[in-house]
Design a protein around this ligand. Structure first.
Ligand SMILES: Nc1ncnc2c1ncn2[C@@H]1O[C@H](COP(=O)(O)OP(=O)(O)OP(=O)(O)O)[C@@H](O)[C@H]1O
Length: 620
């Protein structure tokens, strides 16, 4: 017969306090007897023997003792209660006081408090240095040394004269011993073949960012360069590297396995490719002159086979233009090293060191074995990033042309209220405003495809580019648009930063991006290199009010027409009598840091991934 199953035992929740085990008790253990019981026992003992007088005296003494004990006990309870009350009350009082103070605070002060919290969080970011430098506390105190010197007549200028030149070109500078501005390429001691080549491309005199940025970079200074879209930043950071590479090569020619001298980091493959083409054109001009040696440049981006460039790697390498992901990969696989690399430039630097991308940059820095000259360039560089970057560089020079994040004044900005269902038809109408080429932007990939399809149906020669397209498709789109074979390029943000297309007449923003910086970059594809252009932007009730406010202030700042629906948009900060200074995280003028859309987005991105997407996503 089967035995009946043992009754199920219910699990007993054990008390977290350890039980006293018998083994723990020593031989001299005496059970605890409460004081009152002991006193009763004593009294019984006294009263069981002795005379009646003695008994009475003992009883009286006992009563007195009891009264005394009771009094003491009451006093002790009262004291304890008082202490408890005091602590509780103190806590309550502090809380109430804070509440009262908070109630008295103006909205501006509250906002300031919120800013403070965010700033402290940002400040806790590690400096922009390699892990080794951070771990060993290595800090460079002197700027990088170069042999370049400004011509004597420039060195002889007084600080006031230099300041007058800067004022004339609306250049603002910050930093110690700022090198003088130079208004002519020849006076910068640039090799003649490059000057001739620039001239053949209608680049005759330096733009403001170039006339101050190039001498600062030639002097070896770490640099933060901020200037509006299309103002020639690329030349400002490529020329110093070309000069450095040229000097090194002329001193002692590079052989296989040596180099690079410097690296230019870009946030998207397309931008890296464009910068690479510029560098190759400028170094090619040197070589073709027959007076200067060949300089080798490597394009190091995702989506292409590096074997195609094995011929570059088989020689000495001078310059690398890269996106972070592929660069890290190549360095990790030791295809080349940064042992002699002295120059690191980040284009669209605010994006590169923005929250979430910092780790990649720091990783890249860890491959440098010595001090480097670091340069950061962008059209948008919010104060937050500027401060962070400045703290990480060595005696940096900050060159600012116009407000960071301001729109290019050569762009006529038109904002149209367009219902979602009317956008496609209105787009066709807008395309009639100017002759091609035109770029149409939308941050929504499906929408990019839909617009292209619609335009093709209507007989418009359109190509499309976004992060989900293959590298070949992206390259084809850029190439055919650049060559003029296609009239319209429909693009997501991937084409908005840094890409320089010839003579874009018109940019149409089909869907207004949430972050105003993206808008500034998108409209900046036109109105480049001193030419004028038009940007038409569609907004409607789907556009967040905060974005509309940012847009409104940007239009006012650029002295553009503000349409009535934007005019009537009220700023809650202005209604409260508060200032409308820009957000230090994104530079938007229509909101403060505590409700910055970029901060939300950055935090979301940071949580989602720590790796820059150098794969299909196109960089950002
Ligand atoms: N000194 C100059 N004079 C005239 N044109 C110039 C000069 N320097 C550069 N350019 C031209 O201006 C255009 C824009 O230059 P570039 O792409 O470097 O702008 P950018 O400031 O980097 O813009 P973005 O912020 O959009 O990246 C290019 O076609 C370039 O050839």
């Amino acid at each position: 017969m089967e035995e009946p199953p043992a009754p199920k035992r219910r699990r007993v929740q054990r008390s977290p306090t350890p039980e006293l085990k018998l083994d723990d008790v020593g031989d001299d253990y005496q059970p605890y007897i409460p004081v009152s019981q002991r006193r009763q026992a004593k009294l019984a003992k006294y009263t069981s023997w002795g005379t009646s007088t003695e008994k009475t005296a003992a009883q009286r003494a006992q009563q007195e003792q009891e009264q005394k004990d009771a009094g003491e006990e009451a006093a002790s309870i009262a004291e304890q209660k008082r202490r408890e009350r005091t602590l509780l009350m103190e806590a309550q009082e502090v809380h109430l006081k804070k509440e009262a103070e908070d109630a008295q605070k103006t909205a501006e002060e509250k906002e300031h408090d919120a800013d403070e919290v965010i700033f402290n969080a940002i400040k806790s970011h590690k400096a922009l240095a390699s892990g080794k430098e951070l771990a060993q506390g290595i800090q460079y105190t002197d700027s990088f040394k170069t042999s370049w010197r400004a011509p004597k007549f420039v060195r002889d200028r007084t600080p006031e004269e230099n300041e007058r030149i800067r004022e004339k070109h609306h250049i603002l500078v910050e930093g110690e011993n700022i090198p003088p501005p130079i208004e002519h390429f020849v006076d910068m001691k640039i090799p003649q073949p490059i000057i001739d080549f620039l001239k053949s491309n209608r680049i005759v005199s330096p733009t403001p960012i170039q006339l101050q940025g190039v001498p600062a970079a030639f002097s070896g200074r770490d640099l933060i360069g901020i200037a509006f879209t299309g103002s020639g930043k690329t030349l400002a950071f490529c020329l110093p590297l070309i000069m450095l590479a040229l000097e090194e090569e002329m001193k002692l020619p590079f052989v296989r396995g040596e180099g690079p001298v410097g690296v230019i980091l870009c946030p998207s493959r397309e931008l890296a490719n464009q910068t690479y083409e510029n560098v190759v054109a400028w170094t090619g001009a040197l070589e073709r002159s027959g007076k200067y040696p060949q300089l080798n440049t490597l394009l190091c981006i995702g989506g292409i086979s590096m074997n195609e460039q094995s011929h570059v790697l088989s020689k000495g390498l001078h310059i690398v233009v890269a996106t972070p992901g592929r660069l890290i990969d190549m360095l990790e696989r030791k295809r080349f090293t940064f042992n002699n690399c002295k120059y690191l430039c980040m284009d669209e630097a605010d994006r590169m060191i923005d929250l979430g991308f910092e780790d990649d940059v720091r990783n890249i820095m860890s491959f440098f074995s010595r001090q480097r000259q670091t340069l950061l360039f962008s059209a948008t560089m919010p104060r937050k990033i500027q401060d962070f970057a400045q703290a990480s560089l060595v005696k940096p020079v900050l060159v600012n042309v116009g407000r960071a994040g301001a729109a290019n004044l050569d762009v006529l900005q038109v904002v149209e209220y367009t219902k979602p269902e009317a956008k496609m038809v209105f787009l066709l109408e807008c395309l009639q405003k100017t002759p091609p080429p035109v770029i149409v932007f939308s941050d929504i990939k499906n929408e990019v495809d839909d617009i292209q399809e619609y335009l093709l149906l209507k007989g418009v020669e359109a190509v499309a580019i976004h992060g989900s397209k293959s590298q070949e498709e992206r390259q084809y789109a850029i190439k055919s648009f650049k060559s003029g074979a296609k009239d319209v390029m429909v693009a997501s943000g991937v084409a908005s930063k840094g890409l320089d297309f010839n003579e874009i007449q018109h940019v149409i923003i089909f869907s207004m991006p949430k972050e105003i910086e993206d808008y500034v970059h998108q409209i900046g594809r036109t109105g480049r290199s001193g030419k004028t252009g038009i940007a038409t932007t569609f907004v409607n009730t789907n556009t967040p009010e905060q974005t509309l406010l940012d847009l409104k202030y940007l239009l006012i700042e650029a002295k553009q027409k503000v349409p009535p629906f934007l005019q009537s948009l009220e700023d809650p900060r202005a209604a409260q009598g508060r200032g409308t200074t820009g957000c230090s995280v994104c530079g938007g003028l229509g909101h403060s840091i505590s409700n910055c859309p970029k901060l939300e987005e950055s935090q979301r991105r940071q949580m989602a991934s720590h790796k820059i997407d150098d794969g299909g996503g196109g960089g950002y």
